[in-house]
Design a binder for this molecule. Structure first.
Ligand code: URA
Length: 277
């Protein structure tokens, strides 16, 4: 995943280019530098504030001041269960997209510009499960449109597949485990993967691909509950009831070009499996 510029440079970014992630990073940086208070538009009379606080405390009933009162039971929300029910209720890809858009329990949603749902041909025999949108994907609202995505398109073209193809035999359908960009492109937390997994599972069930490609560790974690992509790549497994091939992520291949040799072997394995079926 790509990283943001050093914090010292963030402050120089013009206001028009400041988005939620940059603003959040700048705030974190200021806190690290020791800033512990916001400066308001006008002066605050701290003596009056304190006097008001003391008066309010004196006037409040004992219970509100920490006296013995039976604690109200707090209703805990099970975000994974809410996701499961929302995903279960979706009977089409459009309904699934709407269910994701309405899901309010993932913090990532607040910082993202777009819901990145899917791209390509939903009738394709091959479905690719990536990790999470980056900056380019967040801007465009489509998965795999940045540098890694362009490499992915070239890799697929080498075995006659394309996200733009109309024929299911030549097409791919692409989605991600996370539909929202994580701040600073950080790795998703296990809880975030767990709450979005029911949507991924339903996505696969609705698209009904013959084969799944699991791009990278996050996808393997979501689909197989395992990590260790460098060991797992190239070995067919089963995920969501379908044959699934873990592959190294194109972003990794951009950093480690020598690994392209193994990725090519994996692509040939995919092609052979498609011909066998
Ligand atoms: N990497 C991914 O895993 N998915 C994207 O959509 C873009 C980059």
């Amino acid at each position: 995943m790509e990283s943001q510029p050093p914090f010292e440079q963030i402050a120089d970014i013009p206001a028009a280019e400041m988005d939620w992630h940059l603003a959040r990073a700048l705030l974190d940086w200021q806190v690290e530098m020791g800033v512990d208070e916001c400066i308001a538009e006008g002066p605050v009379d701290r003596f009056a504030v304190e006097a008001e606080r003391v008066a309010a405390q004196a006037a409040a009933p004992a219970v509100a001041r920490g006296g013995a009162a039976p604690a109200e039971p707090r209703a805990e929300i099970d975000a994974v269960e809410v996701a499961r029910q929302a995903a279960q209720g979706a009977d089409s890809l459009e309904a699934l997209r709407a269910a994701l858009a309405a899901y309010e329990h993932c913090e990532l949603k607040r910082g993202a510009r777009s819901l990145v749902f899917a791209d390509g041909n939903p009738k394709a025999r091959v479905m690719i499960l990536g990790e999470a949108p980056g900056r380019d994907e967040d801007r465009e609202g489509r998965p795999f449109v940045g540098r890694a995505g362009q490499l992915l398109d070239r890799m697929l073209a080498a075995i006659g597949l394309s996200r733009d193809a109309e024929e299911p035999e030549e097409a791919v359908y692409i989605t991600n485990v996370l539909p929202w960009r994580p701040p600073q492109n950080r790795d998703p937390k296990p809880q975030e993967i767990a709450m979005l997994r029911p949507f991924v599972q339903k996505h696969v069930a609705l698209a009904k691909p013959d084969l799944l490609i699991l791009m990278g560790n996050i996808s393997c974690q979501a689909a197989l509950d395992r990590r260790g992509i460098l060991k797992m790549r190239g070995q067919w497994a089963e995920a969501f009831g379908r044959p699934a091939l873990p592959m190294t992520h194109p972003a990794y291949l951009l950093r480690q070009p020598l690994a392209k040799r193994e990725a090519w072997a994996d692509l040939l394995s995919l092609k052979a499996r498609l011909e066998d079926l």
